[in-house]
Write a protein of this length. Structure first.
Lengths: 250, 149, 405
């Protein structure tokens, strides 16, 4: 592994270039094509998600500004959330403003389900509705969820929301309804089509560049390289959850 | 003993009545079968009787595949059903009394909870409403196995 | 009326008490009707009508439910002391203790089920188990408890099975220890929250269950005796009151250790300051409710010289323990959620999702109706069972002699 970075060869450069351009071409074509299933890394639709992949996100808080809510808006639109912020409204991603109590230094960052490797929410769910998919995305199977909210008690990041009222006009790709618990899904409906989560795409489109999404297990992916190059931390790292979402700059 | 004999007689009487009444019911019942006319295309993704009988199991199996494994084949996709069967009037499969799912489920008296969460109207999904019935040119041979044709 | 005379013939009381029975039934029935109305309203409109939200996810119904469940396992203690530890005085009380255990557990579980987001999925909960979840284990323990205590009652009250009461009683005792451990661990296993992640929760809930269970038993027994003009013998009264005092003291001990240890960890200071000092309602309920009304005041009453001869004092002390127990559950369940999660230690945090601020909770009437329904269901089961079968403890002179030693 380390040889790739310390001694890049010309072959490796060529390989990287080909992969990148092929990947870019694929990304450009994918949304327009009636996708039968050309997922990233060529996973056809009838093949299950695999643990060879581990989806992760790297957030550069130095590039995240306090007035910006692009990621939140994009998430709400993509997933059909109301966007309201009352005590009973669902928020899958939120902007958190933190201020160092000693020296007053301030940061902003988006906080969402951290897609832990050892998720407390999965451990406590009595029916197994809260589960971790093979590729690391933590999801709620709302066919089995009984709405007991124990996972909401267990989550160290307060990532989950409970749907308090009957919903109408859901987005067809994102079923959600009253009485079940929900949280950020890394836009699994997009990831399975070789697209980026809506928040990352919005941040990219607006040229902020604070969010990076990709396969942590693929050493050639941008995120795997960034995680090896720059120091990043997990929020509440002392809990030993090995989160999929990591933060730079705090 | 006499009491038991009485119970037995009553039970036999009831049994005979039930058995004889059944054909009577079917013959005389002017039952309005649900109108299932709202669909695009000409055929369902599979044999209609098979789908009618087995769609609960097919959907239940498919949902486990989709949610837990990320297998998003289109044949038994719920969005696919909605795409074809949405009523031309209401645009939905479950909003009015005679919309596709509701009409049949009201008739048989089976509660529907799918539409608590799932969108009952087609939207921006990449499901292909199949004019040519079962397989679209995008599908591989893996999918056309099974009960099609 | 045929039904009425049947009850008269079989009940321990006789005809004059039927009027009392029917009015008690009506009272419980009205409350349960209110609970069902609340349940159907919430099921239709969603939890948006309640005060519970994404910050306080378990509210007033859970306070009542968890208290009933904890007290239910504790109330079986009275029977266990008889069957398992062989103390004869308690043997006469065993059937009532078993009945109360079943009734209170049923009431508590009913509230939990009625509060689910999708109660129509109860069958799913019964058939899909994630065995890593202590909640799933609880479901098995609760259902097993009904079966085992039901069997235990059979061995106590039916003629041919009395020799089985000891082994079944032992099984019931061990089962309820596991059950209460699992109930405490619902909170103890939560690593995320300052108020919860402690191994102490399992044994603490066991001790709480001893105290709440015995207190509930004394309350019910005293009321039953009063309505039947039975005098409890002072020797038995003394035994019961001393036992209750021991359990209350043990409960206070665990509470002290929990908070003392927390005070030792710098990272827990903010939480402790919240509960012990400036948490508003939670501080009041902790000191006044849990510690004073639920602990110190009953101890003073129980150890006062006149308590030995005055059953009313013991009844009153037991009632205070029950009230204090509800206060403790409120502080534990809701106070633990009101204090915000600390995602970034050393930083002040704020967001649109109520990070960094104390979460507010104002319970709605619907939640109160759900919670009271639990008590009403337990009440109804007890009333009907006591009316139909011989549950009221009747003491032998021999037992009273034994109790004196």
């Amino acid at each position: 592994m380390s040889e790739h970075q310390i001694n890049p060869s010309a072959d490796q450069d060529r390989r990287d270039f080909l992969k990148t351009s092929a990947g870019l071409a694929g990304l450009a074509l994918a949304p327009g094509v009636l996708l039968y299933g050309a997922t990233a890394y060529g996973r056809p639709a009838d093949e299950p998600a695999s643990s060879k992949v581990r989806w992760g996100m790297l957030i550069d808080t130095t590039k995240c500004s306090s007035g910006c809510n692009d990621c939140v808006t994009a998430c709400n639109t993509e997933n059909g959330l109301s966007g309201k912020t009352g005590p009973q409204d669902s928020q899958w991603i939120r902007k958190v403003h933190i201020k160092n109590l000693q020296n007053g230094v301030e940061h902003d960052l988006p906080m969402m389900c951290q897609h832990c490797e050892n998720p407390p929410c999965v451990d406590v769910c009595p029916t197994g509705a809260s589960f971790k998919r093979a590729d690391g995305i933590v999801l709620v199977d709302r066919h089995i969820c009984i709405g007991c909210r124990y996972c909401m008690m267990a989550c160290p990041y307060k990532a989950r929301s409970f749907v308090h009222e009957p919903l109408h006009d859901q987005v067809p790709d994102v079923p959600r309804g009253k009485g079940c618990v929900e949280a950020c899904t890394f836009c699994v409906q997009r990831v399975d089509k070789d697209e980026q989560p809506a928040c990352v795409e919005a941040c990219d489109k607006a040229q902020h560049g604070a969010m990076l999404f990709g396969d942590l297990n693929d050493p050639s992916s941008a995120i795997a390289k960034a995680v090896k190059t720059y120091t990043s931390t997990e929020v509440r790292a002392d809990l030993g959850l090995n989160t999929g979402v990591r933060y730079q700059g705090i | 003993m006499a009491r038991f004999a009485r119970w037995l007689k009553l039970a036999v009487l009831l049994g005979v009545a039930a058995v004889s009444a059944a054909p009577l019911q079917q013959a005389s019942a002017e039952v309005n079968l649900p109108g299932l006319e709202n669909h695009k295309g000409t055929k369902c993704v599979d044999d209609e009787d098979y789908i009618r009988r087995h769609h609960p199991d097919l959907l239940r199996h498919h949902r486990t595949e989709v949610v837990h494994q990320g297998i998003r084949t289109q044949k038994y996709s719920l969005e696919g059903c909605v795409e074809c069967h949405a009523s031309k009037k209401t645009g939905s499969v479950a909003s009015a009394k005679d919309d596709f799912c509701v009409a049949c489920h009201n008739y048989v008296g089976v509660q529907l909870t799918c539409w608590d969460c799932h969108a009952s109207k087609p939207g921006k999904s990449d499901v292909v409403p199949s004019e040519a019935a079962r397989t679209s040119p995008m599908m591989t041979s893996v999918q056309s196995e099974g009960h099609s044709q | 009326m045929a039904i009425k005379s049947y009850f008269e013939a079989t009940s321990a009381y006789g005809g004059a008490k039927s009027k009392l029975f029917w009015s008690l039934l009506a009272l419980g029935g009205v409350v349960v009707l209110g609970t069902l109305y609340a349940f159907f309203t919430l099921e239709h409109h969603g939890h948006i009508l309640t005060g519970m939200n994404n910050q306080i996810v378990w509210g007033l119904p859970h306070v009542f439910a968890v208290f009933l469940i904890v007290a239910a396992s504790g109330v079986l203690n009275v029977a266990s002391i008889g069957s398992v530890f062989g103390k004869k005085m308690y043997k006469a009380r065993a059937p009532l203790s078993g009945l109360l255990a079943i009734a209170m557990l049923a009431g508590g579980l009913a509230v939990l089920v009625l509060d689910l987001g999708r109660p129509d999925r109860l069958i799913v909960a019964m058939t899909h188990y994630n065995f890593k979840s202590i909640f799933a284990w609880n479901m098995l323990f609760y259902n097993g408890f009904f079966a085992i205590v039901g069997l235990y009652l059979l061995t106590l009250m039916s003629r041919g099975l009395k020799q089985w009461s000891k082994p079944v009683g032992l099984l019931a005792f061990l089962w309820r220890l596991a059950l209460t451990t699992a109930t405490g661990s619902i909170f103890g296993f939560l690593v995320a929250r300052a108020g919860y992640n402690s191994a102490l929760y399992a044994p603490m809930f066991i001790i709480y269950s001893f105290g709440y269970g015995l207190a509930a038993f004394i309350v019910v027994q005293s009321v039953m005796y009063k309505w039947n003009n039975i005098e409890v013998d002072v020797a038995i009264l003394a035994r019961l009151k001393n036992l209750l005092a021991v359990f209350i003291a043990a409960g206070l001990y665990f509470t002290t250790i929990l908070h003392l240890t927390n005070l030792y960890f710098a990272k827990q200071w903010d939480y402790e300051r919240f509960i012990l000092l400036d948490g508003g309602i939670y501080t009041t309920l902790f000191w006044l409710g849990q510690v004073f009304i639920g602990g110190i005041l009953p101890l003073l009453l129980l150890f006062s010289p006149s308590a030995k001869k005055n059953p009313a004092l013991v009844f009153f002390a037991a009632l205070l323990v029950v009230i204090g127990g509800h206060a403790q559950m409120y502080v534990t369940i809701i106070g633990g959620q009101a204090f915000p999660l600390n995602l970034f230690p050393g930083f002040a945090q704020s967001s649109s999702f109520y990070d960094g601020v104390i979460h507010s909770y104002s319970p709605s009437g619907w939640e109160l109706m759900l919670g009271l329904g639990g008590i009403a269901i337990a009440f109804l089961i007890t009333t009907v069972a006591v009316h139909v079968l011989k549950f009221i403890p009747e003491d032998d002179f021999k037992d009273i002699e034994l109790a004196k030693h």
